[in-house]
Design a protein around this ligand. Structure first.
Ligand code: VG1
Ligand code: CO
Length: 549
């Protein structure tokens, strides 16, 4: 077929700088003239669509089903063809959860993939849209690559696009797009097979058959089809276990961020009389998870620690773990497990891209973030359903409730009380000024007392990757106290409006007493210290957080 490639003249557009996880903007911004095209061309310019022998590369394409994904997918396909790519594997309906995309990239030994998602940010014509590139290992592009893409957006003068009709993304099978192969695949099948290879489906099936009840909230985002196939069809969970299971372009108006604030309905059900045994929710693109037991919320930091301590109970991890990695703001609960197991522990900056090297090098097997993200070396993204299934596998083997498992965990390791307080949509300049003032105050903080707690060290977290030596600075201000308590301050890198200040609070209780307090109550002095030290009210005008997790 003759190619009709148009080179469209364009100009750099300011602000196309990827954040913690790709480029996220308001949907109308992305729909603006040349906006998507400039960024996609910049990705292709940095990654290249042909290998050194001139052979077209293979990419994966999919997204969380949000508004504009369908049209963006057609643009991306036409641009991939025009830039010389040989083949693109697309999820049917342009749907792929982020972990499923990561798996397809690896399974098919492709050259990477493009994921259309703004993850936990709301979707719709007036909400958020986003896109990111994952490398051939299945993981988010490292900072050096995203920075190169950003630099490219600042000098771009044209993009290449094929003149062609839309590809039929509803039809599974092979199609041609100007000489490029487009393979439309079932978004769920390969991912479900991967899960079956890791977990004891027979044991989980027996647990459901024995009357175990679960609620899974898909939040009208991408997880629904995956959860329905795996939990209801393959594991025999009661029909209706998965709710809000159809991905909608606006997520049904829900905010697909699985935390106690935004997954309120699930929380209410899990704390009511006759609550199910286990509850879970996932985010827009299926990489996050919140897990809840009957009458008990599991903080993500604790979930990571419990999963790491019990992973050997699942077939995929029976040989044990090589190491555990957590993002810096995540509590040290996982470190205690690593110490007890005598394996490596790693502390990385926020964002899954920093785990990739540790996983590739075989230094870590399980990774986690306090922001409801857990995953392992089975893919190179965090994986919401994976965490839910590992919990189910552990529950099936231990035959205990979530509450009992947590109580035993804390009795053994002590408890890291933990919470994150978010102050949203703050004036960006004010938030920056607060962080700046805090950084300047760091040297003078050491030895000072707040609420009876003395500061032992205070710094601005910098990370040197142990595998490739790359350095990432200014990753969050952290203040450690002599009693083991800790406060971390950082600004979100995924928002699209103003600034979000995240304050991470932690306090350790060794036990045996004081292990079952309410987290906010246990953290009261740390919360007060956090406000005093950073003068949050004076800088931002805020005294109470918008979201508490
Ligand atoms: C947030 C979380 C971070 C997570 C990132 C992407 O980033 O804090 O832990 O990796 O979102 O998650 P930030 O910069 O806003 O704090 V997802 O599920 O939105 O891709
Ligand atoms: Co996500």
């Amino acid at each position: 077929m003759t190619q009709h490639v148009t080179a469209v003249a364009t100009q750099p557009i300011a602000g196309q700088k990827p954040g913690t996880s790709g480029l996220r903007k308001k949907t109308p911004v992305f729909m603006g003239r040349h906006y998507l095209e400039n960024f996609i061309q910049s990705i292709f310019d940095v990654i290249g669509c042909r290998d050194e022998n001139g052979k077209g590369k293979t990419f994966v394409l999919g997204g969380d089903g949000r508004y504009f994904n369908d049209r963006a997918a057609q643009v991306i396909l036409r641009m991939a063809a025009a830039n010389g790519a040989g083949r693109v594997i697309v999820g049917q309906g342009a749907i792929l959860s982020t972990p499923a995309a990561s798996h397809l990239i690896r399974l098919n030994k492709t050259d990477g993939g493009i994921i259309m998602s703004a993850s936990h940010n709301p979707g719709g014509p007036h909400e958020d849209w986003g896109v990111k590139f994952n490398m051939a290992n299945g993981g988010p592009a490292p900072e050096a690559k995203t920075e190169a893409m950003y630099q490219r957006t600042l000098e771009i003068s044209e993009y290449r696009i094929l003149e062609a009709q839309d590809v039929d993304l509803t039809r599974i099978g092979r199609q041609d797009l100007g000489g490029m192969i487009v393979d439309v695949v079932d978004p769920v099948a390969d991912y479900a097979a991967l899960m079956e290879s890791l977990f004891d489906f027979a044991a989980i099936r027996a647990m459901f058959a024995g009357g175990f009840r679960m609620r899974m909230d898909g939040m009208c985002a991408v997880t629904g089809p995956y959860a329905t196939e795996i939990l209801e069809n393959r594991l025999g969970a009661a029909p209706g276990t998965v709710v809000n299971k159809v991905p909608l372009p606006d997520f049904g108006g829900m905010h697909p961020d699985p935390n106690p604030t935004w997954a309120q309905a699930l929380m209410d059900e899990m704390f009511a009389d006759a609550a199910p045994d286990f509850g879970a929710a996932s985010d827009g693109d299926g990489d996050r998870n919140m897990v809840v037991g009957a009458g008990i919320y599991v903080s993500p930091s604790d979930s990571l620690a419990v999963l790491a301590a019990n992973a050997h109970l699942a077939p995929g991890y029976k040989a044990g773990l090589k190491g555990i990695a957590r993002s810096m703001p995540t509590s040290a609960a996982a470190d205690r497990v690593a110490d007890a197991l005598g394996i490596g522990k790693y502390e990385t900056p926020t964002g899954w891209k920093f785990f990739g090297n540790l996983l590739d090098a075989g230094k870590a097997t399980i990774c986690g973030e306090e922001s409801f993200g857990t995953g392992s070396d089975h893919v190179r993204e965090k994986d919401g359903l994976w965490a839910v299934l590992l919990w189910l596998n552990i529950l099936a083997v231990r035959k205990q409730s979530v509450a009992e498992i947590l109580a035993e965990h804390w009795a053994k390791y002590g408890r890291n009380y933990y919470s994150r307080h978010d102050f949203e949509a703050i004036d960006a300049a004010k938030a920056e000024a607060m962080m700046q003032a805090l950084r300047q105050a760091l040297p003078a903080l050491r030895g000072r007392k707040f609420d009876g707690m003395r500061v032992s060290t205070a710094d601005d977290f910098a990370y040197t990757d142990p595998v490739d030596g790359s350095v990432s600075v200014k990753q969050g201000v952290r203040v450690l106290f002599q009693d083991g308590s800790r406060i971390v301050y950082r600004l979100s890198g995924t928002g699209t409006e103003g600034a979000t200040l995240r304050v991470y609070l932690e306090r350790y209780a060794a036990g045996p007493d004081g292990l079952d307090l309410d987290a906010q109550a246990a953290l009261t002095p740390v919360i007060r210290a956090a406000h005093d030290m950073a003068e949050i009210a004076a800088h931002t005008g805020r005294t109470t957080p918008d979201v508490i997790t």
